[in-house]
Write a protein that binds this ligand. Structure first.
Ligand code: PLP
Length: 425
């Protein structure tokens, strides 16, 4: 049998569907975020990254880097084992206490990534509940879907953020049956927010457990950076709050927080937690530093929201098809995988702007997009530069602008500058 053929065919299929992924070879530059070096086959160039999930630039914060240096000089690089076998390092224990406090929960448990935390926790919680029915939002992240699948539990998918549909499914299951509602606070491709309070009301009414993914909100929302549940005073109404250390906190790893008994059960039963090496002390120490900083500092959150609003405003003024978003995420509709890739390539090659194309299966076919993530470090000047580059790319490739109107010509930058000063200050 020609084994390789199957793999080559699989790759050919991705090429045929115009969704073969290429990774840009980047090198981040400390102190110059969001600038980075792009190493292409021809040359190495400095470019601007507009699609990083290091949403607040904490990956380069001096305190976070210092914590890493300090921990590595005292404790070395790796953890040395699983949590059970010599890998349970002190910074990790501290980090879990910090996370429990962040979300006002009894306990926390750290995993090697947000993906693993969802997959391991959802599957274990549902397996430990007899005859559990999982109710899962249709737009949940792949890691949650994997958790649901691995649990082996029966599942019902409710239409995105549709409370009436969720209630219908809860009612049909009855109050007596074990039920787990799994959903996200911010959906990262569209930037919309779940009706968390109303979902908690339904959970109470029908006696269901709740599990929320706050991956795209922790650090960025709430008085202490505890996410949307923190901002809306709802932490106590959700059983399990899951998050990542890899986005706004700028490091690596994932976690859950919740009641002691649930956390202890996941710790004791989840293969994805038990049979893998612990997070290194350097990462744990840096994460704790980042969380502690964002628990008290409002400046990053304020600037983040300000620059995100400004970006939306400036791009929309230029008639670029900015999709509606309630949050810091700025999706720009393209609607075709090939055009999306071409737009991304042209932005990088001609304008030195890196925005990865977002194609199926990350988003539904026909809704391919560029997903822009402004940070506190994307200045007003960078925003105007982005707008000019996008207008050039949209015009050159014939991608539709919104409202079929003519794009704002580059010479008309005075209007945009006024918008910048009005909206951004
Ligand atoms: C909603 C959601 N949950 C979980 C994850 C996984 O988190 P991590 O990148 O820490 O593995 C992601 C990753 O992008 C995500 O978007």
């Amino acid at each position: 049998m020609d084994y390789r053929r199957f793999f080559e065919d699989a790759i050919d299929q991705l090429h045929a569907e115009k969704r073969y992924r290429v990774f840009a070879n980047l090198e981040r530059i400390v102190g110059k975020f969001p600038r980075a070096l792009w190493r292409s086959s021809e040359a190495t160039r400095e470019i601007t990254v507009w699609c990083s999930n290091d949403y607040l630039g904490m990956g380069q914060h001096p305190k976070v880097i210092a914590a890493m240096h300090d921990a590595s000089s005292r404790m070395g690089s790796g953890a040395g084992g699983t949590r059970n076998i010599s890998g349970n390092n002190h910074p990790l224990v501290e980090l879990e206490a910090e996370l429990a406090d962040l979300h006002d929960k009894e306990a926390g448990l750290v995993f090697t990534s947000g993906f693993v935390s969802n997959e391991a926790s959802i599957s274990t919680i549902a397996r430990l509940l007899p005859n559990c029915l999982i109710l899962s939002d249709e737009l949940n992240h792949a890691s949650m879907i994997e958790g649901v699948k691995r649990s082996g539990a029966e599942k019902r998918i409710f239409r995105h953020n549709d409370l009436a549909h969720l209630e219908e499914l809860l009612k049909a299951a009855g109050r007596e049956r074990a039920k787990l509602i799994v959903f996200e606070s911010i959906y990262s491709m569209d930037g919309d927010i779940a009706p968390i309070g109303a979902i908690a009301d339904l959970a109470e009414k029908y006696n269901a457990m709740t599990y929320i993914d706050e991956v795209h909100a922790v650090g960025m929302y709430g008085e202490r950076g505890g996410g949307i549940t923190d901002r809306e005073g709802l932490s106590h109404r959700i059983d399990i709050i899951e998050g990542t250390l890899a986005k706004a906190f700028g490091t690596l790893g994932g976690y859950i927080t919740g009641p002691k008994s649930v956390i202890d059960a996941v710790r004791s039963y989840a293969p994805g937690f038990i049979f893998t090496t612990a997070l290194p002390p350097v990462i744990a120490a840096a994460s704790t530093e980042s969380i502690r900083h964002l628990k008290v500092s409002q400046e990053e959150r304020r600037l983040h929201q300000q620059q995100a609003q400004l970006t939306k405003h400036v791009l929309a003024q230029a008639n670029l098809p900015v999709m509606p978003s309630e949050t810091h995420i700025v999706p720009i509709h393209v609607g075709d995988p090939e055009l999306c890739k071409k737009a991304s390539d042209r932005l990088l090659e001609k304008h030195g702007i890196y925005i990865q194309p977002i194609n199926y299966p990350t988003v539904p076919r026909g809704t391919e997009r560029l997903r822009v993530t402004p940070t506190p470090f994307h200045t007003n000047e960078l925003i105007v530069e982005l707008k000019d580059a996008l207008v050039e790319v949209w015009t050159a490739l014939g991608i539709p602008f919104s409202k079929d109107s003519t794009p704002v010509p580059e010479s008309n930058n005075r209007v945009i500058t006024l918008a910048v000063s009005k909206a951004g200050g």
